[in-house]
Design a protein around this ligand. Structure first.
Ligand code: 5GP
Length: 132
């Protein structure tokens, strides 16, 4: 069965999309740690990041780099934290989290709540800075 992220990529489940190319897809995490918390996913459905072939893994990092630059331009923050956890969804995803302090990337803390309008506005702010 397709993962939830494949279904998002295929447009079967809505998301606040940020960017995509032929191999990768980026969208806002629905339970964000910070405004602008973005997930970057390879379209190839693989569970564990270090099972990706070298070309896809390096492409994922380079795509994430472009997204991190856009997020940092759109959302005032010190830097973009990067995490790969993957315990919830068995489809590789890189978390890009705007951060100002260590606590901002504490995945154990309660997530933020935003309205659909706020999510849309955040996505638009980031999209306007993306240069693939
Ligand atoms: P992890 O697998 O890295 O532990 O966490 C999966 C992440 O995916 C979580 O931060 C969760 O909020 C996010 N997530 C799970 N389902 C959805 C979804 O349907 N839409 C979006 N945008 N994010 C999701």
């Amino acid at each position: 069965m397709a993962t939830i992220f494949t279904r998002i990529i295929n447009g079967e489940i809505p998301c606040y999309k940020i960017a995509e190319d032929d191999r990768f897809f980026a969208f806002l995490d629905i339970n964000p740690l910070m405004e602008g918390h973005t997930l970057v996913v390879p379209k190839q459905e693989v569970d564990y990041i270090f099972d990706l072939d070298d070309e896809t893994l390096s492409g994922l990092i380079l795509f994430s780099k472009k997204l991190a630059k856009a997020i940092r331009e759109a959302i005032p923050c010190n830097r973009i934290g990067v995490a790969v956890i993957g315990l919830e969804v068995p489809h590789v995803h890189v978390h890009l989290v705007p951060m100002n302090s260590m606590g901002d990337v504490n995945f154990a803390r309660p997530k933020l709540k935003f309205t659909p309008e706020e999510f849309s506005k955040t996505a638009e702010k980031i999209r306007s800075k993306v240069r693939l």
